[in-house]
Design a protein around this ligand. Structure first.
Ligand code: ADP
Ligand code: MG
Length: 1021
């Protein structure tokens, strides 16, 4: 091959980008252009001499699960350092890379494999810069593309480059994923240009030294300077023995893919039937075909006689003579083809001939020298003929006991024949692809299996179920249609089981309504009692989440059944209705004690039970359940379960006043669910994230999350998460000093909750927000009214968290009325002075319904109410409510001119708020302390309280003795991110080493135990 011509600019550009990769700023680098323009050549030249991992994608392997990833890592597997590389989370990559059936893995294999590959790549990068060269990435298999898409954003902080070539205008196997990968490139693609006249002339003379100048110019004109076409044209001219002179030049016409194809047929004909058959066999088998496979396949062609081929049109305008060449005539004579199989020696000679002609790459495995050659050969076969060849290929591979996934690639391209064996192989291939985390490939195989179709109706239903489950695994919206069709086409005996697995898969990905519909269909069949109970419970737990199905769900509620799943749903129903917690928990608890949910993997029932526990302030138990799920999900890379667990734990942690941890959990869940989950499912994470951010004082962050989720306008009607989200947004608006909007959102939340029959004072906590907004707006009568309603609901539920929270609201409302009354009585002067207003409050406050002893004049005393609230909450895990009550108590005392008394609750509040990251409350406590004449420490710029949630979490894990890598794996972030967080944490804690972490973090915890005198030292008096 002549030296690379006219590529200085492109090579320089690539060298610059690759240098930045080596310097640690990794990236996606794209080379784009039409077929034959020189992309592959440019890629190879750009990385010449550097250690790289390479893969070349092909049309056949678009459906090969992890085909691209396997090619890239193949050379490393089995190498010395491999075990070390795949220790820890990177070991999940083995799912994708090993030929095993992956059956040991349960959970979400797709994310597990993708994560494992990301870890493997980052691990590799620790050893030095890595460049992944991916040629013809438009043919990459979807699972591998998903990995690259996930890797791309992390590249910037790794010395890892993904250098890929993409053919412009070529339809991609997974356009969205490909677009995502390509869009991650920080700079526009490098586009190799067509060769100029001069460079074309150089190519011409290298091949045909006698060529005339006119001929060279004509070569450039008819090929447009495309180097592949120039090469093909020259090969044809040379083979035809035409003189490269001006006369030939005058006869040259536009030279493109069609001309290449026709010339190729003639060249093959000259090389003889064996070489021709072998070339076609390789075109069918795809790149890197073992010679024995190609020989076997070519042998079948030869045995059958020459295949019918589309009639070749007369030779393209080089020389009229070439069409009538004797060799071509010989090849089209079936008599000239030797009968029987092609033996290996003959095949080896044929392969050599093809290599000599430049049609095959050098190397023992057989690969056609250019995809355009493969395409020409392939499209040269008639459609039916191709299908026959692929059936042959499948047979050859099966005879060698090749893996079902390899065989399936060919079965995808055969004619359907209602063949049971074909269906069996495709199902087996799909099962393996699914288990190895490639549900997209599995879906392809199963679609083809359905098209076969399976001879027996029962099997057809099973195949459709498998297809639906595969689609659900990558959240494809068409999953439901197939699952429903499977349940409908099923026999009475199959139906319930199919409906249940489908419903659980759909519930897990947040398609609650679809899950209900499937349960409904399943329940229409005759069912064994246990299956019926499962289906009913699944219907209820999904159906409760939307007004459209909640009535149906309630009709399916029942009490009493062997598996005790009914306890989860009946308990949930009682909780939602605002029944006493003691009563609703008594329904649920036996099911938890007997761990019945452990036997129901993939069901939404676990989430339901956790929600019930949190609403009832059984926070430790709820967190333990979440931890269990998270610990199960994390090592498996089961991201959806991890996100579920983190999401619910976030809610529990918010109630527990652990805002930093809550924010980190909610963030993980939100980031995972936002792009993939349907809105009704995503809203839960969003609501908890907004709550956490508001309490953390990050109001802009909360607004940004709402915007990112498209929820500034408001959640869809009828969904259970909507009242929660609206209330979260209301609290945000309140904190933003936008009380009118806060009130509107709180009221909207109330209306949504009412439609769903949601009467729980915490899950439907909108009254609390509304009371605070109304107080700010001076609408004290309404505030009092709502506070009383909340108090009644809370009394009924009966948990200290609910009751304490409601008492605080009553106090707020009472104080506000007092303010108003005082203002009226004392005139503008007294009303303007806060102390005066408070006096009014204590004299004239008239809130009723409080348990706090009314004073002699029958009015509820805000201070008494707050005292009682604090006492109630002192022993409750609801630390957020507790801290709120402390702040309000301190503030009220202070306004009553009891400044000394005010300091104690305010200091307690400030300590608690600092510990848990309740910045909103900490600010208020600090302001009140100032007003009370104390000098609290400022917003901590140092010490544990200054850590962000992410820093805090990383620091805690490091304090437990985990390595950066372990922490990164655990938190699903890069190691670089961990390092950054730790550096900041060290600075803020004023320490220099890991060993000091436990002490530095614990300093914070100790504050709780300190007595008030010592605590005083905590302030920078
Ligand atoms: N700059 C160049 N100078 C000379 N020959 C080239 C050049 N670029 C590509 N070629 C030749 O053109 C043919 C097609 O190039 P290739 O890189 O395979 O194109 P693509 O990958 O864009 O389809 C190859 O035979 C290659 O040797
Ligand atoms: Mg190429």
């Amino acid at each position: 091959m002549p030296a690379l011509l006219e590529r200085d600019a492109e090579l320089g550009e690539l060298a610059r980008r690759l240098a930045s990769v080596r310097a640690g700023a990794g990236r996606v680098i794209v080379v784009e252009g039409p077929a034959g323009i020189g992309k592959s050549t440019l890629l190879a030249a750009a990385v010449e001499g550097a250690p790289v991992l390479r893969a070349r994608c092909s049309p056949l392997e678009q459906h090969a699960a992890w085909g691209l990833a396997r090619q890239l890592f193949e050379p490393l597997r089995g190498s010395a350092g491999w075990d070390e590389l795949t220790a820890g989370a990177a070991g999940l990559a083995e799912l994708a890379l090993s030929a095993g059936d992956g059956s040991a893995h349960a959970g979400d294999a797709m994310h597990a494999a993708v994560r494992g590959l990301v870890w493997l790549t980052t691990g590799l990068a620790e050893r030095g810069p890595v460049v992944l060269v991916v040629d013809d990435v438009h043919w990459a298999d979807p699972p591998s593309l998903r990995w690259l898409a996930l890797l791309a954003p992390a590249l910037a902080e790794l010395p890892v480059g993904v250098l890929c070539a993409v053919r412009s205008g070529e339809p991609a196997s997974a356009p969205d994923l490909l677009a995502e990968v390509l869009a991650a490139a920080p700079e526009p693609p490098v586009r190799p240009r067509a060769l100029g006249v001069e460079a074309t002339g150089t190519l011409v003379r290298a091949r045909l030294p006698d060529a005339s100048g006119g001929f060279a110019r004509a070569c450039h004109a008819v090929t447009g300077g495309n180097p592949f076409l120039v090469g093909a044209l020259l090969a044809q001219v040379a083979a035809d023995g035409v003189a490269p002179d001006d006369e030939t030049a005058s006869r040259l016409e536009t030279y493109g893919a069609d001309q290449v194809a026709r010339a190729l047929e003639r060249r093959l004909a000259r090389l003889g039937p064996e070489a021709a058959a072998l070339a076609r066999a390789v075109a069918v088998l795809g790149p890197r075909a073992p010679a024995r496979h190609a020989a076997a396949l070519a042998g079948r062609e030869l045995a059958r006689g020459a295949p019918p081929r589309p009639a070749a049109s007369p030779a393209a305008g080089v020389s009229p003579r070439s069409a009538a060449s004797p060799a071509a005539a010989a090849a089209s004579d079936p008599g000239a083809a030797p009968p029987g199989a092609l033996d290996l020696a003959a095949a080896a000679r044929a392969a050599d001939a093809l290599r000599a002609a430049g049609l095959l790459d050098p190397g023992p495995e057989l690969t056609l020298s250019h995809p355009l050659i493969a395409a020409a050969l392939y499209s040269g076969m008639a459609v039916g003929e191709r299908a026959v060849r692929h059936a042959d290929a499948a047979a050859v591979l099966m005879a060698e006991r090749a893996g079902p996934e390899r065989v399936a690639l060919h079965l995808l391209r055969t004619e359907p024949a209602r063949d049971a064996r074909t269906v069996a192989v495709l199902r087996e291939a799909a099962a393996r692809a699914s288990a190895r985390g490639a549900p997209q490939s599995a879906a392809e195989y199963l679609r083809r299996a359905l098209g076969e179709p399976p001879p027996a109706a029962e099997e057809e239903a099973e195949v459709r179920l498998e297809l639906g489950l595969a689609l659900a695994a990558f959240m494809d919206p068409s999953a439901y249609d197939h699952l429903d069709e499977a349940a409908r086409a099923a026999t009475e005996e199959q139906r319930g089981r199919i409906a249940l697995s489908g419903a659980r898969a759909l519930g897990l990905i947040g398609r609650f309504g679809d899950a209900v519909a499937l349960c409904r269909r399943g329940l229409a069949a005759e069912l064994p009692a246990a299956l019926r109970e499962r289906l009913e419970a699944e219907l209820v737990t999904n159906g409760m989440t939307d007004v459209a199905t909640i009535g149906e769900a309630r009709r399916h509620l029942r009490r009493g059944a062997a598996l005790e799943l009914w306890r989860v749903t009946a308990g949930m129903d009682a909780m939602m209705a605002g029944r006493p917690a003691a009563e609703s928990l008594a329904i649920l608890r036996p099911a938890l004690d007997r761990r019945v949910l452990a036997g129901e993997p993939g069901s939404l029932l676990g989430t339901t039970a956790t929600l019930h526990l949190i609403a009832s302030d059984e926070l430790a138990e709820a967190i333990a359940l979440c931890d269990e799920l998270i610990d199960l999900a994390r090592p498996r890379g089961w991201l959806i379960a991890l996100a579920h667990g983190c999401m619910m734990r976030a809610l529990a942690l918010i109630r527990a006043g652990e805002i930093r941890d809550a924010e980190a959990d909610a963030r993980l869940a939100f980031d995972y669910k936002l792009p993939v989950a349907p809105t009704p499912a995503m809203l839960w994470c969003l609501s908890f994230l907004v709550d956490a951010l508001v309490e953390a004082g990050d109001l802009d962050g909360a607004d940004a999350a709402l915007t990112a989720a498209g929820q500034q306008a408001g959640p869809p009607a009828g969904v259970l998460a909507a009242p929660l989200l609206l209330d979260s947004r209301a609290r945000l608006r309140l904190a933003q000093h936008r009380p009118e909007e806060a009130l509107a959102d709180a009221r909207a939340a109330g209306a949504r909750a009412a439609v769903l029959g949601l009467r729980h004072p915490i899950l439907a906590g909108w009254r609390a927000t509304a009371v605070e907004a109304l107080v700010v707006l001076g609408r004290t009568a309404e505030a009092g009214e709502l506070a009383r309603e909340q108090a009644e609901l809370a009394e009924r539920v009966g948990t200290p968290g609910a009751r304490g929270g409601a008492l605080r609201l009553l106090a707020r409302a009472a104080a506000a009325r007092g303010d108003a009354a005082g203002a009226r009585r004392g005139g503008a002067d007294a009303g303007a002075r806060r102390g005066g207003a408070d006096t009014g409050a204590r004299r004239g406050g008239a809130a009723a319904g409080a348990r706090a002893a009314p004073r002699d004049d029958g009015a509820a005393d805000p201070l008494a109410l707050l005292d009682e609230a604090v006492q109630l909450l002192d022993d409750s895990p609801a630390r957020l409510e507790h801290t709120r009550a402390l702040v309000d108590l301190g503030a009220t005392l202070r306004r009553a001119n009891r400044r000394a008394d005010a300091r104690e609750p305010l200091r307690r509040a400030l300590d608690a708020a600092g510990r848990g990251g309740m910045a909103l409350l900490a600010n208020r406590a600090r302001e009140e302390l100032h007003a009370a004449g104390a000098r609290p420490r400022r917003t901590a710029a140092s010490g544990p309280a200054a850590l962000t949630p992410a820093e805090h979490r990383v620091a805690r894990l490091a304090a437990e003795g985990r390595t950066n890598r372990e922490i990164a794996e655990r938190l699903y972030v890069t190691q670089r991110t961990v390092e950054t967080h730790l550096t900041h944490a060290f600075q803020k804690l004023g320490i220099g080493s890991r060993d000091e972490l436990p002490g530095a973090l614990a300093a914070d915890e100790r504050v709780v135990a300190l007595d008030p005198a010592v605590r005083g030292n905590h302030e920078d008096v």
